[in-house]
Design a protein around this ligand. Sequence first.
Ligand code: SF4
Ligand code: SF4
Length: 132
Amino acid sequence: MIKSFLPPEYCARCRYCCVFSDADLWEVPNSIATLNQRGDGLYACQYLSEIGCDLPRDNRPLDCRYYPFRVMKYDGGLVIAVAAECKYIAEHNTDRVPDDIAENLIAATKNNLLSINDFKPNYKILRKIESI
Ligand code: SF4
Ligand code: SF4
């Protein structure tokens, strides 16, 4: 979750994006090797503890550092999209990505092209990207 956009205390209470259902296993960052199966049928990231993510912020996967924003493939091109299921996004009806976050996300994604997935309907397109 992106600290400059989301209040850390909000995310500390939520942690929704560190737990995955069967339908959203595609969102598990590539560098996460293990998920812990929970009794409710969901899977928790191996780094999720009672107090939140165990990894230092700078060591977290790109997907986590920029969530709920991500670069996705759409209609033969690329877009920046936002996860509509993010609790903060849903509550605040966010429909834009700040320019500085967009620039940093694009720069980081250039070095991690495997993080680019096909667009999914549980995301909202915010802007098209000319090139990466
Ligand atoms: S789903 Fe959104 S609000 Fe919840 S922890 Fe993730 S980034 Fe924060
Ligand atoms: S690495 Fe940390 S922020 Fe990313 S999914 Fe796992 S617990 Fe959440």
